[in-house]
Design a protein around this ligand. Structure first.
Ligand code: 3PG
Length: 207
């Protein structure tokens, strides 16, 4: 099965979409694609987010669209039915990891401690999301993990910014960084789609 990093290809930024309506989701995703990005994550935190995921898949078929905030089988099923190309979780449990092992899509399970990392690794997941990265210890924590879990690579999210993203990306066990900073709430509210494109371009300029 394809893993997450293969799907990412050269892209080192995982832009996160929080959409209040499907239409808003399509605008955000279009703005991100205009910056040359080919993969985005839709977090399933709003009532409209599953519909937004479907609408993005329907409007921009060339975009790889992941579903985030997957915490149980029911949401996983809905995400897969809605066309999610990959799955991201904010946390792990043995049960969730077992279900994810057979979901047929690349998965980025969310970890925040050494125990989580080991549990996910035991289930075969060598690519993991550190969440919430800044609160869980940030780049120094990931640096310390590289000699202990030397086959695990991370995509940190939560507290990543334009300013600190390179602290993470300079580590050899970081495959990408994720976050919402390139689609800020007020830009979305004011329908300033070009600002999202520009922020994505700035984010990837030094990768
Ligand atoms: C996530 O879902 O991974 C985070 O909420 C992103 O965090 P951020 O808003 O700090 O980028």
């Amino acid at each position: 099965m394809t893993n997450f990093s293969t799907l990412m290809g050269e892209q080192k930024l995982l832009p996160i979409i929080q959409a209040n309506t499907p239409e808003e989701g399509v605008h955000i995703a279009t703005a991100m694609q205009a910056a040359g990005l080919s993969l985005v994550e839709v977090v399933l935190r709003t009532e409209a987010s599953m519909e937004a995921l479907k609408a993005i898949k329907a409007s921009i078929p060339s975009l790889q669209v992941g579903a985030g905030t997957v915490l149980n089988e029911k949401v996983l099923e809905q995400a897969l039915t809605s066309g999610a190309d990959f799955i991201v979780t904010p946390a792990v449990s043995s049960h969730l990891l077992n279900v994810l092992q057979t979901c047929g899509k690349p998965v980025l399970p969310g970890v925040s401690t050494t125990s989580d990392i080991l549990l996910a690794q035991e289930c075969g997941f060598n690519e993991q999301k550190l969440f919430p990265a800044a609160l869980a210890g940030g780049a120094p924590f990931l640096s310390a993990m590289s000699s202990i879990f030397n086959t695990v690579r991370f995509c940190p999210t939560g507290g990543i910014t334009q300013e600190n993203q390179c602290d993470y990306l300079s580590l050899n066990n970081v495959l990408a960084v994720g976050g919402t900073w390139m689609a800020q709430k007020e830009w979305v509210e004011q329908r300033q789609w070009q600002r999202i494109t520009d922020a994505c371009l700035s984010a990837v300029a030094n990768h």
